[in-house]
Design a protein around this ligand. Structure first.
Ligand SMILES: Cc1ncc(COP(=O)(O)O)c(C=O)c1O
Length: 424
């Protein structure tokens, strides 16, 4: 039996309708931007394996650092104890995050980083004796699959079976070009209420919504309205963090405001291990300091600040800040721009947009939906051509590891061009 056949007998995969899923691809090795299956085929990972991988698969430097750490300490409880990788990663992150970020709280993944952020904001007001219980969020956002994260996400087919259990959220429209004023008016109206605790947002790019993009200027204005009305701002940089948008963080494009809280995961470990981080300002941290024990932040996971994951984080951050990586980010961005300019002339292309190393193309197929059947066709065309692309409905996007070579990127573009040609 192949690995894929053994898998099919025992495993339930994420985001997969198992009835007609077909056999999964069994990957036996990863190197750079390539994944190798059990038959020896090589695939270009053009989506960084669900947006996590920054420097390529099985990166030798990260592997070496993890191997060393494994000989030293694999894990220890993080309440009352600490260790070098956790401290080093926290220090490193605070150097690259905006200056207002003062504390690092560890958790396990993007969803838990969001849960922690929401709980921090809500308990801040509770600890102050003020009942502020409402969260503002973008209507089409995606912040994860746990209940709090689902609550602040779009009400969609993903959440439909659970909608009655999700807490109420004040949704506003995403300020895509042409909709800026509408968004600002909605925020202004909600900001008049006295019960709003925080605004959570995916900065500049809403990933799961279909790489929907908006400008930093309108985000800056939105954050100003929140700041003037004592509403905390939570940047969910789980997808956009660590260089994806061309800067370390998408919110680095803001000129006026710095968010109060950041959620990080995915690229945090270079895509090697699961780890989540929620950072916050001094103001938020201070509201939990008290002789009164009930003001403690009662949140933690068994594997909080796992030393192996933190080691991967330290190594990945080191690699990210190297000039060679920054040059690769600039190169991918420029190569994307050239392809975008060429592709936007294609009749099958409804719209093509780019922020930094993220390029998204919406095909002209009548409807825009995650369940668009065209999605499966696109996915299979890509795989047949040895490229891993995961369309969001009729939207195809590239979000590559920074080590992808110019030649590999051209191969990915060629597959997208082939898809477009299929449509005319
Ligand atoms: C913006 C954003 N926030 C949160 C999450 C949830 O992260 P995780 O899948 O690690 O729980 C995701 C995942 O795609 C995301 O894109």
């Amino acid at each position: 039996m192949t690995l894929a056949e053994r898998d099919a007998a025992v495993i339930w995969h994420p985001y997969t309708q198992m009835k007609n899923a077909g056999l999964p691809l069994a990957i036996t090795k990863g190197e750079g931007a390539l994944l190798f299956d059990e038959a020896g085929n090589a695939y270009i990972d053009a989506v960084s394996s669900w947006w996590v991988n920054l420097h390529g698969h099985s990166h030798p430097y990260i592997a070496q650092k993890i191997a060393e750490q494994l000989q030293q300490l694999e894990h220890v409880i993080f309440a009352g104890f600490t260790h070098q990788p956790a401290v080093e990663l926290a220090e490193g992150l605070l150097k690259v995050l905006p200056e207002n970020q003062k504390r690092i709280f560890y958790s396990d993944n993007g969803s838990t980083a969001v849960e922690v952020a929401l709980k921090m904001a809500l308990q801040y007001w509770h600890n102050q004796g003020q009942e502020k219980s409402k969260i503002i969020a973008f209507r089409e956002s995606y912040h994860g699959d746990t209940f709090g994260a689902m609550s602040v996400s779009s009400r969609s087919a993903f959440t439909q079976p659970f909608n009655q259990y999700l807490f109420d959220v004040l949704f506003i429209d995403v300020p895509v070009p042409g909709q800026e004023e509408k968004c600002l008016q909605q925020v202004t109206a909600y900001a008049q209420r006295t019960d709003v605790a925080a605004f959570i947002f995916e900065p500049l790019v809403l990933g799961t919504a279909g790489m929907v993009m908006y400008a930093p200027e309108v985000l800056d204005k939105t954050l100003s309205i929140c700041r003037e009305n004592q509403i905390f701002t939570i940047a969910d940089e789980v997808m956009t963090g660590f260089g994806r948008t061309g800067k370390n963080f998408a919110t680095d494009y803001l000129s006026e405001n710095k968010p109060d809280i950041f959620c990080l995961s995915k690229g945090l470990t270079g895509g090697t291990m699961a780890l989540g981080v929620t950072s916050c300002s001094q103001q938020i941290y201070d509201a939990f300091l008290s002789e009164d024990k009930t003001k403690t932040f009662f949140h933690g996971h068994s594997y909080t600040a796992n030393p192996i994951a933190c080691t991967a984080g330290v190594a990945s951050l080191e690699l990210l800040l190297q000039s060679a990586t920054q040059a690769n980010i600039a190169r991918i961005r420029a190569q994307h721009t050239a392809f975008r300019e060429k592709m936007q002339m294609h009749t099958a292309c409804k719209v093509i947009r780019q922020t930094g190393t993220i390029l998204a193309l919406e095909f002209e197929t009548g409807t825009t939906s995650y369940f668009n059947n065209f999605r499966d066709i696109l996915y299979n065309v890509a795989l047949e051509n040895k490229v891993l692309l995961r369309p969001l409905g009729n939207i195809i996007y590239i979000l590559p590891p920074y080590c992808i070579t110019p030649g590999q990127l051209e191969e990915v573009y060629a597959v997208i061009m082939k898809m477009a040609d299929l449509l005319i």
